[in-house]
Design a protein around this ligand. Structure first.
Ligand code: GTP
Ligand code: MG
Ligand code: ZN
Length: 299
């Protein structure tokens, strides 16, 4: 039988099978699988199931994945942490403020999406709290790059129907810092989800994550969406320094025109990328994000 993994916790999975949610365990040889990764079965996986008892199933195998949202763990020896697979869109949620807007985080998330074969979409939530100049400028940059940018407020309902239309009929994962309103937005789209959200009184507690596990939910209009726990730092996984510029759609057109073929675009002479920054063809902020990613990668 073929099912879709909705949630993974240790060796236990919740799997959608013919419209029902069933509990599954992983077959022994699966557990031993890829040691360098967080789990052999990931939310969004299509799996081969077998009934093992009255109310118990086992996962025999995992189908090849078409796409993935992956990061590196923040531990001292980073390992591959695959968050969700077989989805089409990565919905990158930021808040206009509280917690404060960080373009650098969005830029990393875009790289992560493109590397994982996902279409990045940018959502600025909490617009009821006002839009500072920096936020408006960043939205302009992303729109100019051709990414879809949505403005929402879960508080007053603005943009919620746009977000709903965006999610409908496709599979997406929602990501962003803790407290930007990911779960609140999903509840606004479908109150039946009844996801836990942060209490107002705890809004200023740092480091408190309200959503603690990745879970895929079917949407009423068709399609699925994965709510994910807040991410503090998005460490990129599997990308080498020499590849980063190609994931910046604004840098890429220039990278073949540098004097050196292996130009890092950080400090070499006759670097066409840095000239483009100086001439205003590449936004300064985007270049800073690129440089910071390069600094964070060792190879
Ligand atoms: N003013 C305002 N507050 C919002 C909005 N959306 C969410 N909030 C509030 O922001 C807080 C955090 O919302 P959550 O939905 O729990 O945030 P989250 O991104 O799911 O957080 P984690 O699960 O920890 O990653 C709650 O107090 C919400 O009521 C909005 O559009 N405007
Ligand atoms: Mg949440
Ligand atoms: Zn260069």
């Amino acid at each position: 039988m073929r099912g879709r993994v909705l949630r993974v916790s240790g060796q236990n999975c919740l799997v959608e099978l013919e419209g029902m949610s069933v509990r599954c365990k992983m077959r022994g040889r699966l557990k031993g699988g890829r040691r360098e990764s967080n789990s052999p079965v990931i939310t969004g996986d299509w799996v081969d199931l077998e009934q093992d008892g009255p109310d118990q199933y086992v996962i025999n195998g995992v189908e090849d994945r078409l796409s993935h949202f992956t990061r590196a763990s923040s531990s001292s020896r980073p390992y591959e942490q695959i968050i969700a697979v077989n989805i089409q869109q990565l919905i990158i949620i930021s808040s206009a403020r509280n917690p404060s807007f960080r373009a650098g985080f969005i830029d990393r998330a875009i790289v992560s999406a493109l590397w994982g074969e996902l279409v990045p979409v940018i959502v600025i939530n909490k617009i009821d709290l006002g839009l500072e100049k920096e936020v408006v400028a960043a939205m302009g940059v992303y729109e100019h790059l051709g990414y879809q940018v949505l403005q929402t407020s879960a508080a007053n309902g603005e943009g919620i129907s746009d977000l709903e239309a965006l999610l409908k009929g496709t599979d997406s994962a929602i990501m962003g810092h803790s407290g930007v309103g990911k779960s609140t937005l999903l509840n606004a789209i479908d109150p039946r989800l009844a996801l836990r959200t942060q209490e107002i009184m705890h809004q200023h507690d740092r480091g408190r994550h309200t959503t603690t596990a990745v879970q895929l939910y079917p949407l009423k209009g068709g399609g699925y969406v994965a709510d994910t726990p807040g991410i503090k730092e998005l460490h990129l996984y599997g990308i080498q320094r020499s590849e980063v510029a190609a994931y910046f759609d604004d840098l890429r057109p220039h990278i073949d025109q540098c004097r050196f073929r292996d130009c890092s675009h950080l400090n070499e002479p006759d670097c066409r990328v840095r000239t483009a920054v100086d001439e205003g063809q590449i936004a300064q902020k985007r270049y800073e994000s690129y440089a910071r990613i390069m600094e964070s990668l060792s190879v």
